[in-house]
Design a protein around this ligand. Sequence first.
Ligand code: FES
Length: 164
Amino acid sequence: MKKIKEEYLVRIDEIVKMHQDKPGPVKLMLHEVQKELGYIPFEAIEAISEATNRSAADIYGVVTFYSQFTTEPKGKHVIGVCLGTACYVNGSQTILELLSEMTGCPVNGTSSDGLFSIDATRCVGACGLAPVVSVDDTVFGCQKQLEELKMLVLNYIKEERVNG
Ligand code: FES
């Protein structure tokens, strides 16, 4: 198994200690590890298992149950395209293909340079905005904001691939 960075291990340890005595600590710890490292490495599962006296299989079960958690490192910018019914009938599949083409990132994968990940998601509960796309923490209702979305993605490409 590939070893993770020493600084990640230190951060995992801090996160576990910070939430250890709180009610429902597992989800809090996982949420924070996901937010800080961009994924849940096996070392975090082990540390959380030890701190909470639950088996690693149990913790892994929580990780795989919630779609917000991933055990694979994500790209710097994470794009989510909703393929729920309302979004799908409003053209989200076409937007998904467009974004995949623009970024060179496979659907449900990460671009080879680690700049983007694209996830096709189920309904995210914002059907009134369909078709819905999120980029990191920004949500776009693409019937009105498709151009804005495209500009944002193009800016990231320009900043990181052209100038970077
Ligand atoms: S179907 Fe896309 S937000 Fe509900």
